[in-house]
Design a binder for this molecule. Structure first.
Ligand code: HEC
Ligand code: HEC
Ligand code: HEC
Ligand code: HEC
Length: 347
């Protein structure tokens, strides 16, 4: 009898542990970020905050003097960084190596017999990436502010950033489900939900439509969101939340998801982020398709593209809002000012 009681106690204990295993160990803190009574709170935990602080430490900086002869006067084949001093140019090559190819070194992009040679595709890609980086910092200040980005924001020591996406090719299960549109296939990209797991080609490339569910008239005579487009919206919203490590109320007042007036300023900044991604993916990444070798491409023959997680990696501001631009001022061209006059499209 005693044994049975003991067994039941143990079984009960195991059940209780299993039930609690999905709970987060305290201390859990919450901070009100919006109107009172609307549940607009952000939840955090000092333990996970400490982990995030660790993985978002900045790499060692390489400050360098802008004085001295220009790179264009010294080197043979400099098409983008000609205005840098040779000191800045050399320091940037070393930084770029540590950000993108720390294991491979200079040979990742260069034929070391002749540094001016452009035969490696990685060098051609890197040159375009420098221009892309300057465009993000120069033209998309509405999103990246003066914090800006460097190669490290996306690459973090990897040849290919850890969070990228490819076009999906229609996947038909061997059953009657037809095209599942990436549903019931939980991936990190859509926060392990059963929602479409690759909704990005609907929003993060140029000529994509705005994410809309709610019509602006009482009767659906103009705007009609289909079931599939609605699922895509929730899929991409789940991605945005998990990429930033926040919940929906970081941007929305959940009593009226559609209302911009009741949303937080972060929603507007996020909107500019979506427009920035369209520019990055369609004007910089996609045209590089013919430059990349086939082992770098997806099943659709397309290049890997960026989404919110490429830069953010689980925090509301990439690298916790620390800027690296003071040491690399040439990545933020002072002559181009942030784009303004962007209107929130209401289609
Ligand atoms: C991620 C790719 C990449 C890595 C790694 C890299 N470079 Fe470069 N390098 C470039 C690009 C791109 C250019 C051309 C820049 C331009 O057109 O403005 C260049 C140009 C140069 C040039 C000018 C050559 C000429 O005469 O035109 C030198 C010198 C150079 N790099 C040295 C180095 C050294 C030394 C290292 C290692 C510490 C290195 N690079 C690592 C991409 C890279
Ligand atoms: C917005 C994010 C982002 C930034 C910023 C960025 N990259 Fe990239 N980079 C990517 C993505 C995404 C790919 C993958 C493209 C592919 O494989 O199809 C990539 C690929 C590359 C590759 C090709 C690597 C390979 O092995 O095929 C090189 C080289 C590279 N980037 C260099 C740079 C350099 C140098 C900088 C800074 C001047 C930079 N990148 C900044 C997103 C970024
Ligand atoms: C980082 C900010 C941010 C987060 C977090 C976020 N959203 Fe959004 N949401 C937006 C933006 C920006 C739009 C408008 C996108 C556009 O114009 O393409 C939007 C649009 C929507 C819409 C369509 C509204 C309409 O007018 O039809 C719905 C519904 C929605 N979000 C739900 C959610 C849900 C549910 C979550 C949490 C899983 C969430 N959002 C998390 C920024 C955010
Ligand atoms: C090229 C890198 C990059 C990409 C891609 C990117 N962001 Fe950002 N984002 C940044 C930087 C840098 C900041 C910090 C700007 C600042 O200092 O306010 C930022 C800030 C934000 C903020 C403000 C956070 C706060 O607490 O004030 C929001 C919201 C945001 N991003 C949403 C998004 C969403 C949603 C996406 C995808 C649609 C996205 N971002 C894609 C670089 C990026």
């Amino acid at each position: 009898m005693k044994n049975i009681t003991r067994l039941i106690t143990i079984l009960f204990g195991i059940c209780a542990l299993m039930l609690l295993s999905a709970c987060e160990r305290p201390p859990i803190e919450s901070k009100q970020t919006g109107y009172r009574g609307t549940g607009m709170d952000q939840v955090s935990n000092p333990r996970t905050d400490a982990q995030l602080a660790k993985i978002n430490e900045l790499p060692p900086a390489m400050p360098s003097s802008p004085d001295g002869p220009k790179a264009s006067a010294v080197y043979k084949n400099v098409k983008v960084l000609g205005n840098l001093s040779t000191a800045q140019f050399g320091a940037f090559m070393v930084s770029m190596t540590s950000w993108v190819a720390p294991k491979e070194g200079c040979t990742y992009c260069h034929n070391v017999q002749n540094f001016a040679d452009d035969s490696l595709y990685t060098k051609t890609v890197a040159r375009r990436m420098i221009q892309m980086n300057q465009s993000i910092n120069g033209n998309w200040g509405d999103h990246v502010k003066t914090t800006g980005v460097t190669c490290y924001t996306c690459h973090r020591g990897n040849n290919i950033p850890q969070n990228v996406w490819f076009n999906t090719v229609e996947k038909r299960g061997g059953n009657m489900l037809g095209n599942t549109n990436g549903q019931n296939d939980p991936l990190k990209t859509s926060a392990y939900s059963s929602l479409p797991n690759q909704p990005f080609s609907s929003y993060f490339v140029s000529n994509a439509s705005a994410a809309r569910v709610i019509g602006d008239t009482a009767l659906p005579n103009g705007h009609k969101a289909t079931l599939q487009s609605t699922e895509n919206v929730y899929g991409v919203m789940s991605h945005m939340s998990s990429a930033l490590g926040v919940n929906c109320t970081y941007c929305h007042n959940s009593r009226a998801f559609t209302s911009w007036e009741q949303s937080t300023p972060q929603r507007i900044q996020a909107w500019h982020g979506i427009q920035m991604l369209k520019d990055v993916n369609s004007n910089f990444m996609t045209p590089l398709a013919s430059t990349f070798p086939s082992n770098r491409k997806g099943p659709d023959g397309d290049v890997a593209k960026a989404n919110c997680a490429t830069c953010h990696q689980g925090v509301n501001k990439p690298l916790l809002g620390k800027s690296m631009l003071q040491d690399y001022p040439f990545l933020a061209p002072s002559n181009s000012k942030p784009k303004d006059g962007n209107q929130i499209a209401k289609n």
